[in-house]
Design a protein around this ligand. Structure first.
Ligand SMILES: [Zn+2]
Length: 318
């Protein structure tokens, strides 16, 4: 039996039980007291290690307090995640994408298949998709998680396309190892959807009479600002018209979605542009409802774009 490592420190609960029968020592010398049976049930790799006497001997070069010590190459955080994935009744806190990545790596290496659905769900949690969809995409592709690659690609449509290559705002260390094709396919997917999104918005201009018949928005219905400067066209049969400022606004949104397809907030920002709102805010009738009406339209357009995004296809042939 070798001497105890002077610099090894014990892990916290639940990995400090005195009745444990094996110690897993991380690369930075933290000792996790565990039970072989738990590890064997969760991981075929550990099971093989514990059932083959020679493998145990090789893996357990040291002993501490009479227990075999299995040294692993993972650091304290990675081992903590791995063992919590194996320990019944516990789940690791995957608070950052680094944690999720470590979880994926150890679960795959030690074949803890029962943990994969938990980690895959964590990878595409709204928090990570909202803050760094590109990094989620890169991690998913590198681990061949195609469903998560598609989900994160869709989330990237909420980013301006320029942000996909803006090194100042995007922290993606995995781009060093991501195949160039995987990255290019994401950029193409984004551009292709932007091109398809613009005509969806354009329909609000070209088929406006359909919407004028369906909705009571001020830019279709107001009779108090019907002067030729405010109104673009009339249908003499039913008296409907659309406001010029409204057409300008829709054209701005149409241009915007080419680069930033799923972004209700950026549409709202466009709507608050003084250039668009100057006329309706001067009309005593329009000013009462224009903000609400624009908000409703943005919701409808966003819903149409979301529906279209569900059908967008990401090329995963790399
Ligand atoms: Zn008006």
């Amino acid at each position: 039996m070798s001497d105890p490592q002077p610099d090894s420190i014990p892990a916290d609960a639940p990995f400090d039980r005195p009745d444990a029968d094996v110690i897993i020592r991380s690369s930075d010398n933290v000792d996790f007291r565990m039970f072989k049976l738990m590890l064997s049930v969760a991981s075929p790799v550990f099971a093989g290690m514990f059932t083959l006497p020679r493998a145990v001997e090789e893996a357990s070069a040291d002993k501490e307090g009479g227990l075999p010590v299995v040294r692993v190459t993972e650091d304290r955080k990675a081992v903590d995640i791995l063992l919590r994935l194996c320990y019944p009744g516990t789940v690791p806190d995957l608070l950052t994408l680094d944690d999720v990545k470590k979880g994926l790596e150890v679960a795959m290496k030690y074949e803890v298949d029962s943990a994969m659905s938990f980690i895959r769900r964590a990878l595409v949690s709204p928090e990570f998709l909202d803050n760094n969809a590109l990094r989620v995409y890169a991690i998913a592709c590198l681990h061949k998680l195609w469903k998560e690659a598609e989900v994160s690609a869709k989330a990237s449509l909420r980013m301006p396309r320029e942000a996909l290559w803006d090194a100042v705002t995007v922290h993606v260390p995995e781009l060093h190892s991501l195949p160039a094709e995987a990255y290019l396919h994401l950029v193409r997917y984004h551009r292709s959807f932007g091109s398809a999104a613009a005509p969806i918005v354009h329909r609000w201009s070209s088929e406006w009479i359909i919407y004028a018949n369906r909705y009571s928005f001020c830019f279709f219905k107001c009779i108090d600002c019907t002067d030729s400067l405010s109104r673009l066209s009339h249908n003499i049969n039913d008296g409907k018209s659309k406001a010029i400022w409204w057409s300008d606004f829709v054209t701005s949104v149409e241009e915007s979605v080419k680069e930033h397809p799923l972004a209700p907030a950026s549409m709202l920002a466009l709507a608050s542009n003084e250039r668009h709102l100057e006329k309706p805010l001067r009309c005593s009738s329009c000013r009462k409802t224009v903000n609400r009406d624009i908000y409703e339209v943005i919701k409808i357009i966003s819903s149409m774009l979301e529906e279209s995004a569900e059908k967008a296809v990401l090329d995963l042939s790399f």
